[in-house]
Design a protein around this ligand. Structure first.
Ligand SMILES: O=C(CO)COP(=O)(O)O
Length: 320
């Protein structure tokens, strides 16, 4: 990565307004979903880590002196992408996840499960009592019509979805989806009242060639609809070579990429760009979730394989 790595959240100073955290947590929320421990921060500025009331006051006044007009909070989002996995009996895992989430410590993250379309209604219904939200894995740009085998955003919404993944690398690579197609899908999702999770990420060859940030910022610019300036969208950075491989970028590389994406978002959308979630995907597992979720500008995770087992997914959710 040509750009120097930004500090990870283990180092940087932060503002924590009076919360009693066991470990530093990522800042929290653009949505109304309640999470514990909202924190105030300005994404591109150093943060001050001081839980005491005096520390918070001092930090707030520092922030005001620095001319911070509005302090942004982002609630983390952990989404499970089941891909083409899941039969009726997989709902047992949903039930177990719901049990863990309702009997264990309250999750700090918004939790989304994106099952195959065949299970969407059931997942949405099961999730209703435990706060798990449902999402689709893809949608067609059109709302209806002669598109055999496709599914529209309004159908997903009708089945209970609140989110939909668009532009996953498996769709881009195996179904030839271009940035233009992905943007149309994101627009269709927003039109149907869904929140699109827009995926971007480089190949290993692009990273080796030092092109990762260039490729990703190009995908971001072309895949994100203008409507992102007023509607809620999520950006998922998923390096293709990290998907399903048990390999992840270094924390420094994740921090650098997420900082670069944040810069692109604020350059395009101004202040609004500071509150758009940027989540990381690619071999997020119980053993590495905490360190990844602690990286600056990582506002959650898009989890594939490890979301299929309730206990693994719950461990990842609990790492926020
Ligand atoms: O593609 C992914 C999520 O969309 C990541 O998959 P894995 O977590 O299995 O690497």
């Amino acid at each position: 990565m040509p750009k120097p790595a930004t500090p990870t959240s283990r180092n940087p100073p932060r503002i924590f307004p009076g919360q009693d955290f066991a470990k530093p947590r990522k800042p929290s929320s653009i949505s109304s979903v309640p999470v514990r421990g909202p924190r105030l921060y300005r994404s591109c500025e150093p943060r001050l880590e001081d839980n005491t009331a005096a520390g918070v006051r001092a930090n707030l006044s520092l922030a005001q002196e620095a001319g911070v007009a509005r302090l942004t909070t982002i609630s983390p989002l952990i989404a499970g992408n089941w891909k083409m996995n899941g039969l009726t009996h997989s709902l047992d895992e949903m039930a177990e996840l719901a049990r863990l989430l309702t009997t264990g410590a309250a999750p700090r993250a918004i939790v989304v499960v994106c099952p195959p379309a065949t299970l969407l209604s059931a997942v949405a219904a099961q999730g209703a009592s435990s706060g798990i939200l449902a999402g689709g894995q893809d949608c067609h740009p059109q709302s209806s019509g002669a598109h055999t085998g496709d599914i529209s955003a309004s159908m997903l919404a009708d089945a209970g979805a609140q989110f939909v993944i668009v532009g996953h690398s498996e769709r881009r690579q195996l179904h030839g989806e271009t940035d233009d197609v992905v943007r149309s899908k994101a627009e269709a999702a927003i039109g149907a009242g869904l929140k699109p999770i827009i995926c971007i990420g480089e190949t290993e060859a692009e990273r080796d060639a030092g092109q990762a940030e260039h490729v990703v910022s190009g995908q971001l610019a072309a895949s994100l609809p203008e409507a992102a300036s007023v509607h809620e969208v999520v950006v998922a950075y998923e390096p293709i070579w990290a998907i399903g491989t048990d390999r992840t970028p270094s924390l420094e590389d994740i921090a650098a990429m997420h900082a670069s994406i944040r810069t692109c978002l604020t350059e395009r959308f101004g202040e609004r760009g500071e509150s758009i979630r940027i989540i990381y995907g690619g071999s997020v597992k119980p053993h590495n979730a905490r360190e990844i979720l602690d990286v600056d500008n990582v506002n959650g995770a898009l989890v594939g394989g490890a979301s299929l087992l309730a206990k693994d997914f719950y461990t990842i959710i609990s790492a926020v």
